[in-house]
Design a protein around this ligand. Structure first.
Ligand code: GBH
Length: 500
């Protein structure tokens, strides 16, 4: 090849490469938070107590730094600043959650708090006035304590209670909110809540978790069907659930089968009933738990079954797939006498397996979290293979560090590397990704880690009563990508131009 041809060729290749690193026009970028993690105002006005209020007040030791969300980012007072940050980044949407006991202090729909309902109404109006779409989660883990006292997610009646709550919220905000998430991460609600780690801190040894799994899927479906029948015809919005997915790889070739079952118990348990053509529990999982329960001497499976009618109610109760993804782990069998440790959270301890990592996956400030960008693409390809050509909205993805630096190069790098995999999934695997949400807009109460690990695009000074927020390098990078749709967008930080 002569020199001239080679030059023309490499220019063409360069152009092709550059143009393939752009997100399509309709692709949307956003950032997320959750009520208990940012709002504070835990007992403002007539707000009811939530299970997280109770959990951290009654057992301060469950949080590593003995902190809590009583004040957090004080977004109950500083919500206008939150909107301004989203606006300054030029994002398309803001995903936040509604505190059930703030709007319904008794947990039931008999009394709607005026101050509570006004808080979210003001926030939604302010977002819309700034050209930002609200994406609203109904439940991000702060159940009214009054309902927990009646069994919470283990009581089958919670499907009614949740549908009643959903109706109140759709009535209040349905005219202005077009994208809804019913439940954030049912796996965390059930597997952490009923294995003693997160609120309500009930340890029922792989029993309550499955009752919760069943009831929470029914609650989600009831809210979905309610919207579909009574609100969708006039408001034309979309509703789904956000599932948390640890991507799993076999540690060795011997661990393939266990890895598939691990995916069934952690991904399939909350996806198959909603997104598969057949509905119901993943068949291999249903068989496994039924047989194991029998061996343990129970008269029926610890994983309670659905009626055919319930299967139909849940099946297809989605308008898109809401995906929360952070990390990849390897799966291997537990050694004799070895305890499963924190990975109880994915339900996999039931299977006699545990999680590991690979040396090439860097660690973060969170014990459970290793960096493997490729895992996001593999997760989405798996969802497509299992459940068909779904539209996927990535409702969370982000990185944790100690929060010390405004120059958070590793976080900016994480966003770039994971976003690159989103592009590859769209271009190479033809996965339909409709949007991406960064977790999180600003540092906040990271559950049992307290304020020890930080996920924020913005730093928050928790020692200052005004809780000032400051953009990190990652916020500047992410804003540049959101504005230009170019993965390689350049940005200014803090004064000079810097690239990744
Ligand atoms: C998401 O959960 C949440 O939606 C969000 O609220 C949270 O701030 C964010 O991610 C970052 O964690 O697994 O036993 O070690 C992701 C799932 C749930 C994983 C809690 C880590 C800690 C306890 N996370 N879990 S454990």
């Amino acid at each position: 090849m002569d020199r001239y041809v080679a030059i023309v060729f490499s220019i063409l290749l360069g152009v092709a490469a550059a143009s393939s690193r752009r997100f399509p026009d309709g692709f949307k970028f956003g950032a997320a938070t959750a009520a208990y993690q940012i709002e504070g105002g835990w007992n403002a006005s007539d707000k009811g107590e939530s299970i997280w209020d109770r959990h951290v007040h009654a057992h301060p030791g469950v949080v590593e730094d003995r902190s809590n969300g009583d004040v957090a980012c004080d977004s109950y007072h500083h919500w206008r600043e939150d909107v301004r940050m989203v606006k300054e980044m030029g994002l398309d949407f803001y995903r936040f959650s509604i505190s059930w006991p703030r709007v319904l202090p008794t947990g039931f729909a008999n009394h709607i708090s005026e101050d509570g309902s006004k808080y979210y109404s003001n926030l939604i109006d302010e977002l819309l006035a700034n050209g930002i779409e609200p994406v609203v989660t109904l439940y991000h883990w702060d159940l009214p304590q009054s309902l927990q006292d009646l069994g919470g997610w283990a009581n089958p009646l919670i499907a009614d209670w949740f549908a009643d709550y959903a109706r109140v919220i759709f009535d209040l905000y349905g005219d202005r909110v077009k994208t809804w998430i019913t439940i954030n991460e049912p796996i965390i609600v059930c597997d952490l809540g009923y294995n003693g780690i997160f609120a309500p801190g009930i340890n029922s040894d792989n029993f309550g978790a499955y009752m919760c799994s069943r009831n929470i899927l029914l609650a989600h479906a009831r809210a979905y069907r309610l919207y579909e029948k009574e609100y969708k015809p006039k408001y034309h919005g979309e509703v789904s659930i956000s599932n948390h997915i640890f991507w799993f790889e076999p540690a060795t070739d011997q661990d393939m089968e266990l890895t598939e079952l691990s995916k069934d118990i952690s991904i399939g348990r909350y996806s198959h009933p909603i997104f598969s053509a057949k509905g119901g529990w993943p068949p291999a999982l249903e068989r496994y738990i039924a047989e194991k329960s029998k061996k343990e001497g129970y008269s029926r499976s610890r994983l309670p079954s659905f009626t055919q009618e319930e299967i139909e109610l849940i099946r297809g109760s989605y308008d898109f797939y809401g995906l929360n993804h952070y990390t990849t782990r390897t799966i291997r069998p537990l050694a004799a006498g070895e305890a499963a440790g924190v990975f109880l959270v994915q339900g996999i301890s039931e299977l006699g397996v545990t999680c590991g990592g690979r040396p090439e996956w860097p660690s973060t400030a969170s014990e459970w979290f290793l960096v493997n960008p490729r895992g996001l693409r593999d997760t989405m390809l798996y969802l497509k293979q299992q459940y068909g050509d779904l539209r996927i909205l990535i409702t969370e993805n982000g990185y944790s560090d100690s929060g010390a630096e405004l120059d958070d190069e590793p976080r900016a790098r994480y966003y770039k590397d994971y976003l690159e995999q989103v592009l590859l999934a769209m271009e190479e695997d033809d996965v339909k990704v409709i949007g991406y949400t960064a977790w999180t807009l600003m540092d906040n109460f990271e559950w049992t880690d307290g304020y020890q690990s930080r996920f924020g695009l913005h730093a928050v000074d928790f020692s200052d009563p005004l809780r000032p927020r400051t953009p990190r390098r990652s916020a500047h990078y992410y804003a540049a990508v959101a504005r230009t749709h170019d993965l390689d967008a350049t940005y200014k930080f803090p004064e000079e131009k810097q690239e990744l």
